[in-house]
Design a protein. Structure first.
Length: 229
């Protein structure tokens, strides 16, 4: 399992407190910790993820700057590292629960699953008119809102307004976190967001087939309509 390492400088009462301090609570589950007399910075603790069913494939529990790459977060609260010969890959970082979507080649050359707006978990309810309607489950509303932001961004682009590409790339990094154990900054550290692939990844979260259908609709009517959730 080609896990990355996380190093969090400082002393904390628990792993949960350390990860909360670093803004990494979303990747805490199943993290194992270890200590080392050598560190990237000061005194702290290392964390790594393993596959108990195949321990031979797990990365070693040690810090070795000569054989590992390490990068410090922008706010300085954590470091991320990986072995030169065990670069983190989609299989190693995949979450046990995620959202279906489309496989897209990203900056590292691997295929990653971008979640699709049409695959968000929904509940079906009856309206006052007796008709059935689909409603995204509460736990996924934040993801739905980000995807609808992406639709609106695309709508503005169709109408001639240039998008903020940095914000769009940040969105791609956020969507990667839905299906993989990372935070947006780690996606950047791993080189997943690059000039050749981010645009396609952005579009795939909005469902390629629907985009093609909308393109035909735009040609026929001259209008672009943001989809209902």
């Amino acid at each position: 399992m080609n896990s990355f390492y996380v190093y969090i400088p400082g002393k904390f009462t628990s792993p949960a407190a350390a990860f909360a301090h670093a803004g990494l609570s979303s990747i805490l589950p199943n993290a194992s910790s270890f200590d080392s007399h050598r560190t990237p910075e000061g005194e702290g603790k290392f964390y790594v993820w393993t596959d108990p069913t195949n321990p031979a494939k797990n990365v070693p529990f040690h810090y070795e700057a000569e054989t590992q790459t390490w990068e410090k977060s922008a706010d300085g609260k954590f470091w991320v590292g990986w072995c030169h010969d065990r670069v983190p890959d989609p299989e190693s970082l995949e979450r046990t629960e995620g959202v279906g979507g489309v496989m897209v080649k990203l900056g590292d050359g691997n295929l990653w699953r971008m979640p699709s707006i049409n695959a968000l978990p929904v509940s079906f309810r009856l309206g006052v008119d007796g008709k059935e309607g689909a409603h995204v489950k509460p736990g996924w509303k934040g993801i739905e809102n980000r995807m609808l932001w992406a639709w609106r961004t695309l709508e503005k682009q169709v109408n001639g307004e240039l998008p903020n590409e940095a914000e769009c790339r940040r969105y791609v990094a956020e969507m990667l976190c839905v299906n993989y154990r990372m935070v947006p900054e780690i996606a950047y550290m791993l080189g997943l967001i690059d000039s050749e692939t981010w645009g396609q990844a952005f579009a795939m979260t909005l469902d390629w087939q629907r985009l093609r259908s909308l393109k035909r609709e735009i040609v026929n009517t001259g209008e672009f309509v943001t989809p209902a959730p």
